[in-house]
Design a protein around this ligand. Structure first.
Ligand code: GLU
Length: 462
């Protein structure tokens, strides 16, 4: 029987969660759901200075908002220090790690020396050959880090995206698994956890590519079989340049506050470095799950194209049922919220369906709703380009009728106005704007008295 797929999302809660992290989460989650495997959440919070509880909470709330549910965890690495230290002891007994007493000053001058001699800036191995008994004794009184002792020259491993990867260990040097302050390093903790949590596939950003050989070596030294690795291409902004944490809209919280739908964000992130065989872009979550595979992850760098996100968002809003759109819209209704909630529910649903096609993001809700509740003529500069007075005067006595088409036909017959000359004055008269939802729907929304009152005000104003 084939073993069940187990993947993990292992963020460091050291800042507000950004799109690069969550893209990794999306890929892991899609992979797990596609293969009916397990998705584990692990907080890599071993650095007490930079890790914060609120960042971990932020990560979880973003995952929940996006619907990326996890099957196990969150596991906090900060609570596993004892386990890591035991592992380091085990590695020490096997001779796979050794204490290093070099001072920071020594290491800096080693690096300078290496630079002068055009050698890779890796640890020179000074402490590796200290006699074991002497080292044990010195450990009692001297501050020391623990380093991993590389045995081989070369390492080959399989990357699900890149195929076979050969690493020159000589360029890496014996690396630290525990600092002299007692803090275990990311590579040690990640390797131990991936092995103990029986992770089968490590899917993460390309920036971790140089860590994989170290983690594989640690696992091998402990007698574990390493997982399959898959490194995702780096993300670039569409204008060029790497996506940085500081880019506007790189923060998932900003996307949420700006009125993007979770389904659009997941769809968008899934397409950064992956595409289905049929090249479809607008997909429901179920479709993404069904189609996702690591084989179709791209090798070249992927683009963070906000234009695509906006398009996906608008497209999904258009497909949203009025009931769910209404629920999503309320937090964005701002000053229109009171008026909206004073309407019977049925009317609220009609209103969201009227404005639905005009929403790029939910942040547009407040402004799109405004003309339905308030009448202002501040925004109609340019009205004189149209035969506004003639049209409005002809429209006024007719607008009691519910048959908008017939009313327009009659107004057009009387005034000779057609197309924009006919519709712009009616639109501006009813809403105080030149743009907005379908005019027929706006007309039917208002009661005849409201239509009349607005057109009268309009006539007084122009
Ligand atoms: N904690 C690491 C990070 O947030 C991820 C490590 C990993 O996926 O192995 O970049």
């Amino acid at each position: 029987m084939e073993s069940i797929v187990r993947v993990r999302f292992a963020p460091s809660p050291t800042g507000p969660v950004h799109a690069g992290n969550i893209r990794t989460a999306v890929f892991n989650w899609l992979f797990a759901r596609n293969l009916r495997g397990k998705f584990v959440l692990r907080m890599e919070d071993t650095d007490p200075e930079r890790s914060r509880k609120e960042y971990a909470e932020n990560i979880m709330s973003v995952l929940e908002w996006l619907g990326l549910d996890w099957d196990e965890g969150p596991v906090f690495q900060s609570q596993r220090t004892e386990i890591y230290n035991e592992v380091i002891d085990r590695l020490y007994e096997k001779g796979a790690v050794y204490p290093c007493f070099c001072s920071e000053g020594q290491l800096v001058s080693d690096r300078k020396e290496a630079e002068r001699k055009h050698r890779p800036p890796v640890y020179v191995g000074r402490c590796r050959f200290i006699d074991r008994d002497e080292a044990r004794e010195r450990c009692e009184s001297e501050p020391h880090a623990m380093r991993f002792a590389f045995e081989s020259e070369e390492l080959e491993y399989h990357d699900a995206v890149r195929g076979s990867v050969i690493v020159d260990i000589g360029l890496m040097g014996d690396f630290i698994v525990r600092r002299s302050n007692g803090m275990v390093t990311y590579n040690l903790a990640a390797a131990v956890d991936d092995a103990e949590m029986e992770i089968t596939h490590v899917i993460r950003g390309e920036d971790h590519i140089s860590n994989s050989p170290k983690q594989i070596m640690i696992m091998k030294a402990l007698g574990y079989r390493p997982p399959i690795y898959a490194h995702l291409p780096l993300i670039h902004m569409s204008g060029g340049g790497k996506l940085s944490k500081r880019d506007p809209f790189a923060s998932i919280d900003d996307l949420r506050k700006s009125g993007f739908l979770p389904a659009a964000v997941v769809n968008f992130l899934a397409l950064i470095g992956w595409s289905p065989e049929d090249k479809r872009e607008d997909m429901e979550i179920e479709e993404l799950v069904e189609k996702f595979s690591l084989e179709r992850v791209a090798l070249r760098s992927a683009t963070y194209d906000l234009g695509k996100l906006r398009w996906l968002n608008k497209t999904k809003i258009k497909r949203e049922e009025p009931q769910s759109l209404l629920a999503m819209s309320k937090p964005f209704a701002g000053r229109s919220l009171n008026n909206l909630e004073n309407l019977p529910e049925e009317r609220q649903l009609v209103l969201v369906s009227i404005i639905r096609d005009n929403l790029g993001t939910l942040a547009d809700v407040e402004d799109e709703m405004k003309p339905f509740f308030e009448y202002s003529l501040e925004d109609i500069t340019g009205v004189s380009e149209y035969p506004a007075r003639e049209v409005a005067e002809a429209f006024l006595p007719l607008c009691e009728s519910e048959d908008f088409k017939a009313v327009c036909g009659e107004v057009s017959g009387k005034t000779g106005a057609k197309g924009k000359n006919l519709y712009m004055p009616i639109r501006a008269g009813l809403t105080g704007r030149f743009h907005g939802p379908e005019l027929g729907k706006i007309y039917s929304w208002f009661a005849p008295e409201e239509r009349k009152a607005r057109i009268k005000t309009f006539l007084e104003h122009i």
